[in-house]
Design a protein around this ligand. Structure first.
Ligand code: KIV
Length: 297
């Protein structure tokens, strides 16, 4: 890793990247060992996304994950990170009810889980006020526009957003409102490339795209999608860089075969009992030891 890559990332880094035209690399993580790999590889933003609900906890949507579960996983992630900027996703109903609750839940991520920023979906009046207040308190906020999974039922499913001029104009206005409220970056999910490009050019803060084309200032994917580990469905915008589900299945099958054929564990994977102690135990207990037999593999 070069010295520029090893420097701790902060919100100032993203402004610099945007000015320099350097892309921001973002991925999700929900646990310590994954976070450690991403951090060592030089990923800039690690998002503890509420996609955790689906990918790690097996729920059909993101709705079910709780604040306590998000805190639990964010703590695991931050333990594995020293360079990347860690953003925690405010889960469904943790910020939509009122300002006080939104602020206190965002604060929990910073105080209890060592996250460095929070993310919320949409640009409602309450959200904009929440962003303003959090930013005033020193908590950086990432916005999320376009397809917002917490509103999946209202949006009629997982669909591209901003496909009409009117919808695209609303997206641009919402992005500008989030920037004005003080968000440091905005995720654009499932938005036509041209609309995402317009927003990216219009804003001084960076956009991070997922299914929003190549003109965003950065890109994010769900790590388990990229690695081919979560296979319930494959959105069109995902590029799979590995097939971990197959790699894992092959490894588990090989292990099962070895166990069934008594080929695992071998001597190097076991602990010996000193021969003199074996003799002592034999006389102590009056036991006849049976031969261990030879492993054939
Ligand atoms: O929850 C999540 O993982 C997300 C990203 C896909 C942007 O919000």
């Amino acid at each position: 890793m070069s010295s520029t890559v090893s420097k701790k990332i902060s919100t100032l880094t993203f402004q610099k990247y945007k000015q320099e035209g350097r892309k921001i690399v973002c991925l999700t993580a929900y646990d310590y060992s994954t976070a450690k790999i991403l951090d060592k590889t030089g990923v800039d933003i690690i998002l503890v996304g509420d996609s955790l609900a689906m990918v790690a906890l097996g729920h059909p949507t993101t709705h079910a994950v709780t604040m306590d579960e998000m805190i639990h996983h964010t703590r695991a992630v931050t333990r594995g990170v020293s360079r990347a900027f860690v953003v925690a996703d405010l889960p469904f109903m943790s910020y939509q009810v009122d300002l006080k609750e939104a602020i206190s839940n965002a604060g929990r991520f910073i105080k209890e889980a060592a996250a460095e920023a929070v993310k919320l979906e949409g640009a409602t009046e309450l959200n904009l006020e929440t962003v303003r207040r959090l930013v005033d308190m020193g908590i950086p906020v990432m916005g999320h526009l376009g397809f917002t999974p917490q509103s999946i039922h209202a949006l009629g499913g997982t669909r591209v957003q901003g496909r009409t001029a009117e919808q695209a104009a609303k997206l641009i206005q919402d992005a500008e409102a989030l920037e004005q409220a003080g968000a440091f970056s905005i995720v654009l999910e499932m938005v036509p490339s041209m609309v995402a490009q317009l927003i990216s050019e219009q804003l001084t803060i960076p956009t991070v795209g997922i299914g929003a084309g190549k003109f965003c200032d950065g890109q994010i994917l769900v790590t388990d999608d990229l690695l081919g580990k979560y296979t319930d469905f494959l959105p069109r915008f995902v590029r799979r860089y590995a097939n971990l589900s197959e790699v894992c299945s092959q490894a588990v099958e090989a292990y099962a075969t070895d166990v069934r054929q008594s080929c695992f564990p071998c001597e190097d994977e076991s602990f010996t009992f000193p021969p003199d102690e074996e003799a002592a135990l034999r006389s102590l207990m009056d036991i006849t030891f049976i031969s261990k037999g030879e492993l054939s593999c």
